[in-house]
Design a protein around this ligand. Structure first.
Ligand code: SAM
Length: 290
Protein backbone atom coordinates (compact mmCIF):
# COMPACT_ATOMS: atom_id res chain seq x y z
CA UNK A 1 0.00 0.00 0.00
CA UNK A 2 1.03 3.59 -0.48
CA UNK A 3 0.58 6.36 2.07
CA UNK A 4 -1.70 9.09 0.77
CA UNK A 5 0.32 12.23 0.16
CA UNK A 6 -1.45 15.55 0.17
CA UNK A 7 -1.06 17.74 -2.91
CA UNK A 8 1.16 15.32 -4.75
CA UNK A 9 2.17 16.93 -8.03
CA UNK A 10 2.81 15.25 -11.35
CA UNK A 11 4.61 16.84 -14.27
CA UNK A 12 5.64 20.41 -14.88
CA UNK A 13 5.07 21.98 -18.28
CA UNK A 14 5.55 25.68 -17.67
CA UNK A 15 7.61 27.98 -15.55
CA UNK A 16 4.86 28.39 -12.98
CA UNK A 17 6.91 30.61 -10.71
CA UNK A 18 6.54 33.35 -13.35
CA UNK A 19 2.73 33.35 -13.28
CA UNK A 20 1.51 36.38 -11.38
CA UNK A 21 -1.45 36.20 -9.05
CA UNK A 22 -3.29 39.53 -9.33
CA UNK A 23 -5.03 41.03 -6.31
CA UNK A 24 -8.33 40.54 -8.14
CA UNK A 25 -7.74 36.79 -8.52
CA UNK A 26 -6.43 36.56 -4.94
CA UNK A 27 -9.69 38.10 -3.72
CA UNK A 28 -11.79 35.66 -5.75
CA UNK A 29 -9.98 32.65 -4.29
CA UNK A 30 -10.04 34.08 -0.76
CA UNK A 31 -13.77 34.86 -0.96
CA UNK A 32 -14.53 31.39 -2.30
CA UNK A 33 -12.58 29.78 0.55
CA UNK A 34 -14.40 31.96 3.07
CA UNK A 35 -17.81 30.98 1.74
CA UNK A 36 -16.94 27.27 1.54
CA UNK A 37 -14.94 26.74 4.74
CA UNK A 38 -15.14 29.96 6.78
CA UNK A 39 -11.37 30.33 6.44
CA UNK A 40 -10.61 34.05 6.54
CA UNK A 41 -7.71 35.13 4.31
CA UNK A 42 -7.40 38.93 4.24
CA UNK A 43 -5.13 40.40 1.56
CA UNK A 44 -1.71 40.41 3.23
CA UNK A 45 1.68 39.51 1.71
CA UNK A 46 1.67 36.25 3.74
CA UNK A 47 -1.79 35.17 2.55
CA UNK A 48 -0.98 36.25 -1.00
CA UNK A 49 2.07 33.96 -0.98
CA UNK A 50 0.01 31.17 0.63
CA UNK A 51 -2.74 31.23 -2.01
CA UNK A 52 -0.24 31.63 -4.83
CA UNK A 53 1.98 28.75 -3.66
CA UNK A 54 -0.92 26.40 -3.01
CA UNK A 55 -2.88 27.14 -6.21
CA UNK A 56 0.17 27.04 -8.45
CA UNK A 57 0.34 23.33 -7.56
CA UNK A 58 -3.17 22.90 -8.90
CA UNK A 59 -2.21 24.70 -12.12
CA UNK A 60 0.57 22.14 -12.53
CA UNK A 61 -1.68 19.23 -11.72
CA UNK A 62 -4.26 20.31 -14.30
CA UNK A 63 -1.69 21.62 -16.85
CA UNK A 64 -3.22 25.09 -16.80
CA UNK A 65 -1.35 28.27 -17.69
CA UNK A 66 -3.03 30.91 -15.55
CA UNK A 67 -4.98 31.48 -12.36
CA UNK A 68 -7.84 32.77 -14.55
CA UNK A 69 -8.00 29.42 -16.37
CA UNK A 70 -8.07 27.62 -13.05
CA UNK A 71 -10.83 29.90 -11.77
CA UNK A 72 -12.98 29.17 -14.87
CA UNK A 73 -12.44 25.45 -14.34
CA UNK A 74 -13.33 25.73 -10.66
CA UNK A 75 -16.49 27.71 -11.46
CA UNK A 76 -17.68 25.09 -13.98
CA UNK A 77 -16.38 22.09 -12.08
CA UNK A 78 -18.18 19.80 -9.67
CA UNK A 79 -17.68 18.66 -6.12
CA UNK A 80 -14.31 16.98 -6.75
CA UNK A 81 -12.69 20.21 -7.89
CA UNK A 82 -14.25 22.10 -5.00
CA UNK A 83 -12.94 19.50 -2.57
CA UNK A 84 -9.46 19.70 -4.13
CA UNK A 85 -9.57 23.52 -3.82
CA UNK A 86 -10.55 23.32 -0.14
CA UNK A 87 -7.85 20.76 0.50
CA UNK A 88 -5.24 22.97 -1.16
CA UNK A 89 -6.10 25.99 0.98
CA UNK A 90 -6.50 24.36 4.39
CA UNK A 91 -3.56 24.18 6.77
CA UNK A 92 -3.32 20.72 8.30
CA UNK A 93 -0.40 20.99 10.69
CA UNK A 94 -0.85 18.58 13.60
CA UNK A 95 1.07 16.10 15.74
CA UNK A 96 0.57 13.41 18.36
CA UNK A 97 0.06 14.73 21.92
CA UNK A 98 -0.05 18.33 20.67
CA UNK A 99 -0.81 20.62 23.64
CA UNK A 100 -0.31 17.62 25.89
CA UNK A 101 -2.05 18.96 29.02
CA UNK A 102 -5.40 18.37 27.22
CA UNK A 103 -4.76 14.63 27.19
CA UNK A 104 -3.82 14.66 30.91
CA UNK A 105 -7.14 16.43 31.49
CA UNK A 106 -9.03 13.90 29.35
CA UNK A 107 -7.41 11.00 31.19
CA UNK A 108 -8.45 12.50 34.52
CA UNK A 109 -12.15 12.93 33.57
CA UNK A 110 -12.73 9.79 31.48
CA UNK A 111 -13.26 7.31 34.35
CA UNK A 112 -15.97 9.50 35.84
CA UNK A 113 -17.65 10.08 32.46
CA UNK A 114 -17.51 6.35 31.77
CA UNK A 115 -19.16 5.62 35.12
CA UNK A 116 -21.98 8.05 34.29
CA UNK A 117 -22.55 7.29 30.62
CA UNK A 118 -21.17 3.77 30.14
CA UNK A 119 -21.16 2.64 26.52
CA UNK A 120 -23.00 5.84 25.53
CA UNK A 121 -19.89 7.89 26.18
CA UNK A 122 -19.26 9.91 23.02
CA UNK A 123 -16.24 11.95 21.99
CA UNK A 124 -15.82 14.13 18.90
CA UNK A 125 -12.63 15.41 17.34
CA UNK A 126 -13.97 18.15 15.06
CA UNK A 127 -10.90 19.15 12.99
CA UNK A 128 -8.98 15.90 12.97
CA UNK A 129 -6.61 16.63 10.07
CA UNK A 130 -4.36 13.62 9.30
CA UNK A 131 -5.47 11.80 12.45
CA UNK A 132 -2.72 12.27 15.01
CA UNK A 133 -5.21 14.02 17.32
CA UNK A 134 -7.98 11.36 17.30
CA UNK A 135 -5.42 8.56 17.65
CA UNK A 136 -3.97 10.42 20.66
CA UNK A 137 -7.49 10.63 22.12
CA UNK A 138 -7.94 6.88 21.51
CA UNK A 139 -4.59 6.09 23.16
CA UNK A 140 -5.56 8.27 26.12
CA UNK A 141 -8.84 6.37 26.45
CA UNK A 142 -6.90 3.08 26.49
CA UNK A 143 -4.52 4.46 29.13
CA UNK A 144 -7.51 5.56 31.22
CA UNK A 145 -9.11 2.14 30.75
CA UNK A 146 -7.41 0.80 33.88
CA UNK A 147 -9.62 3.22 35.79
CA UNK A 148 -12.69 2.45 33.69
CA UNK A 149 -15.03 -0.49 33.50
CA UNK A 150 -13.62 -2.96 30.93
CA UNK A 151 -16.92 -2.90 29.02
CA UNK A 152 -16.67 0.83 28.41
CA UNK A 153 -15.06 1.87 25.20
CA UNK A 154 -15.90 5.44 24.23
CA UNK A 155 -17.17 6.09 20.74
CA UNK A 156 -14.95 8.56 18.96
CA UNK A 157 -16.03 10.51 15.88
CA UNK A 158 -13.23 12.22 13.92
CA UNK A 159 -14.20 14.75 11.25
CA UNK A 160 -12.59 17.31 8.97
CA UNK A 161 -13.66 19.34 5.95
CA UNK A 162 -10.59 18.21 3.98
CA UNK A 163 -11.27 14.84 2.39
CA UNK A 164 -7.61 14.22 1.52
CA UNK A 165 -6.40 14.43 5.11
CA UNK A 166 -9.43 12.48 6.33
CA UNK A 167 -8.55 9.66 3.93
CA UNK A 168 -5.03 9.55 5.31
CA UNK A 169 -6.35 9.68 8.89
CA UNK A 170 -8.60 6.70 8.25
CA UNK A 171 -5.63 4.58 7.11
CA UNK A 172 -3.82 5.36 10.39
CA UNK A 173 -0.54 5.02 8.50
CA UNK A 174 2.34 7.40 9.10
CA UNK A 175 5.87 8.00 7.91
CA UNK A 176 8.60 8.23 10.54
CA UNK A 177 8.65 12.06 10.36
CA UNK A 178 4.91 12.15 11.10
CA UNK A 179 5.35 10.20 14.35
CA UNK A 180 6.88 13.15 16.20
CA UNK A 181 5.43 13.76 19.63
CA UNK A 182 4.69 10.07 20.20
CA UNK A 183 6.70 8.66 23.14
CA UNK A 184 8.54 5.36 22.42
CA UNK A 185 6.31 3.30 24.75
CA UNK A 186 3.09 4.42 23.03
CA UNK A 187 4.67 4.00 19.61
CA UNK A 188 5.27 0.30 20.09
CA UNK A 189 2.15 -0.35 22.17
CA UNK A 190 -0.31 1.17 19.73
CA UNK A 191 1.47 1.12 16.34
CA UNK A 192 3.10 -1.55 14.23
CA UNK A 193 5.75 -1.24 11.56
CA UNK A 194 4.67 -2.17 8.05
CA UNK A 195 6.51 -2.23 4.72
CA UNK A 196 4.97 -0.97 1.52
CA UNK A 197 6.73 -0.48 -1.81
CA UNK A 198 10.08 -0.81 -0.07
CA UNK A 199 9.29 1.96 2.43
CA UNK A 200 8.57 1.57 6.13
CA UNK A 201 5.51 3.06 7.80
CA UNK A 202 3.87 2.94 11.21
CA UNK A 203 0.25 1.78 11.28
CA UNK A 204 -2.22 2.18 14.14
CA UNK A 205 -3.17 -1.16 15.70
CA UNK A 206 -6.84 -2.22 15.71
CA UNK A 207 -7.10 -1.44 19.43
CA UNK A 208 -7.09 2.30 18.67
CA UNK A 209 -8.06 2.25 14.99
CA UNK A 210 -11.37 0.49 15.59
CA UNK A 211 -12.40 2.99 18.22
CA UNK A 212 -12.63 5.83 15.67
CA UNK A 213 -15.22 6.59 12.99
CA UNK A 214 -14.01 9.03 10.35
CA UNK A 215 -16.46 11.25 8.46
CA UNK A 216 -16.43 14.55 6.55
CA UNK A 217 -17.92 17.49 8.41
CA UNK A 218 -17.85 21.22 7.68
CA UNK A 219 -17.93 23.40 10.79
CA UNK A 220 -19.71 26.00 8.60
CA UNK A 221 -22.85 23.84 8.56
CA UNK A 222 -25.59 26.15 9.85
CA UNK A 223 -26.74 23.56 12.42
CA UNK A 224 -24.88 20.52 13.70
CA UNK A 225 -27.36 17.70 13.53
CA UNK A 226 -26.26 14.66 15.49
CA UNK A 227 -28.54 12.05 16.99
CA UNK A 228 -26.76 12.12 20.34
CA UNK A 229 -24.96 14.73 22.42
CA UNK A 230 -21.21 14.49 22.92
CA UNK A 231 -19.49 14.36 26.31
CA UNK A 232 -16.15 15.69 25.10
CA UNK A 233 -15.47 17.77 21.98
CA UNK A 234 -11.97 18.58 20.77
CA UNK A 235 -12.04 21.50 18.31
CA UNK A 236 -8.45 22.65 18.39
CA UNK A 237 -6.39 24.93 16.20
CA UNK A 238 -9.08 25.59 13.62
CA UNK A 239 -10.91 28.62 15.10
CA UNK A 240 -7.71 30.61 14.49
CA UNK A 241 -8.58 30.52 10.77
CA UNK A 242 -12.07 31.97 11.31
CA UNK A 243 -13.15 35.58 11.89
CA UNK A 244 -15.03 36.63 15.02
CA UNK A 245 -18.64 36.18 13.82
CA UNK A 246 -17.80 32.74 12.37
CA UNK A 247 -16.03 31.69 15.58
CA UNK A 248 -19.04 32.74 17.62
CA UNK A 249 -21.43 30.70 15.44
CA UNK A 250 -19.16 27.65 15.61
CA UNK A 251 -18.88 27.87 19.42
CA UNK A 252 -22.69 28.24 19.72
CA UNK A 253 -23.16 25.13 17.58
CA UNK A 254 -20.53 23.13 19.48
CA UNK A 255 -22.09 24.04 22.82
CA UNK A 256 -25.53 23.03 21.49
CA UNK A 257 -24.35 19.51 20.73
CA UNK A 258 -22.48 19.07 24.01
CA UNK A 259 -24.21 17.17 26.85
CA UNK A 260 -24.65 19.15 30.09
CA UNK A 261 -21.47 18.68 32.14
CA UNK A 262 -19.56 17.80 28.95
CA UNK A 263 -16.22 19.37 27.99
CA UNK A 264 -15.18 21.57 25.07
CA UNK A 265 -11.45 21.65 24.38
CA UNK A 266 -10.00 24.34 22.10
CA UNK A 267 -6.46 25.12 20.97
CA UNK A 268 -4.24 26.96 23.47
CA UNK A 269 -4.22 30.14 21.39
CA UNK A 270 -7.98 30.08 20.84
CA UNK A 271 -9.32 30.47 24.36
CA UNK A 272 -9.46 34.28 24.08
CA UNK A 273 -12.33 33.81 21.62
CA UNK A 274 -14.71 32.15 24.05
CA UNK A 275 -17.32 34.23 25.78
CA UNK A 276 -20.23 31.85 26.05
CA UNK A 277 -22.62 32.06 29.01
CA UNK A 278 -23.12 28.28 28.93
CA UNK A 279 -19.42 27.51 29.39
CA UNK A 280 -17.34 27.47 32.54
CA UNK A 281 -13.53 27.63 32.15
CA UNK A 282 -11.80 24.59 33.69
CA UNK A 283 -8.14 24.81 32.71
CA UNK A 284 -6.16 26.16 29.79
CA UNK A 285 -8.57 26.22 26.78
CA UNK A 286 -10.82 23.63 28.47
CA UNK A 287 -14.47 24.47 29.21
CA UNK A 288 -17.35 22.63 30.82
CA UNK A 289 -20.95 23.05 29.71
CA UNK A 290 -22.97 24.31 32.66
C1 SAM B 1 -4.15 23.20 11.86
S1 SAM B 1 -5.20 21.80 11.65
C2 SAM B 1 -5.48 21.35 13.34
C3 SAM B 1 -5.51 19.86 13.51
C4 SAM B 1 -5.73 19.38 14.95
N1 SAM B 1 -7.03 19.77 15.45
C5 SAM B 1 -4.64 19.85 15.88
O1 SAM B 1 -4.90 20.71 16.73
O2 SAM B 1 -3.50 19.39 15.75
C6 SAM B 1 -6.75 22.57 11.20
C7 SAM B 1 -7.74 21.60 10.54
O3 SAM B 1 -9.00 22.24 10.45
C8 SAM B 1 -9.62 21.82 9.25
N2 SAM B 1 -10.67 22.80 8.87
C9 SAM B 1 -10.53 24.04 8.34
N3 SAM B 1 -11.73 24.59 8.10
C10 SAM B 1 -12.66 23.69 8.50
C11 SAM B 1 -14.07 23.66 8.49
N4 SAM B 1 -14.79 24.70 8.04
N5 SAM B 1 -14.71 22.57 8.96
C12 SAM B 1 -14.01 21.50 9.43
N6 SAM B 1 -12.66 21.45 9.44
C13 SAM B 1 -11.99 22.54 8.99
C14 SAM B 1 -8.47 21.75 8.25
O4 SAM B 1 -8.78 20.95 7.15
C15 SAM B 1 -7.35 21.21 9.12
O5 SAM B 1 -7.22 19.82 8.99
Amino acid sequence: MTAVKKNEIVGSLYDFEEIKLSDKMFTRFAERMYSLAGVDLPLTPKNHALIRNRIVKLLRRHSLKSYEEYWTMLEKGGSELTSEFISALTTNMTSFYREANHFDFLKSVLPDLAKKFGTDLRLWCAAASTGQEPYTIAMTACEAAADMSPATKPRLLATDIDLQVLKKASTGTYEEREMQGLPPAQRTRYFEKIKANGDEYWRAKDQIHDMIRFAPFNLMNPKYEFQHKFHVIFCRNVLIYFDEPTTKKVIDNLVACLAPGGYLILGHSESGNVKHPGLKPMSRAVYQKI
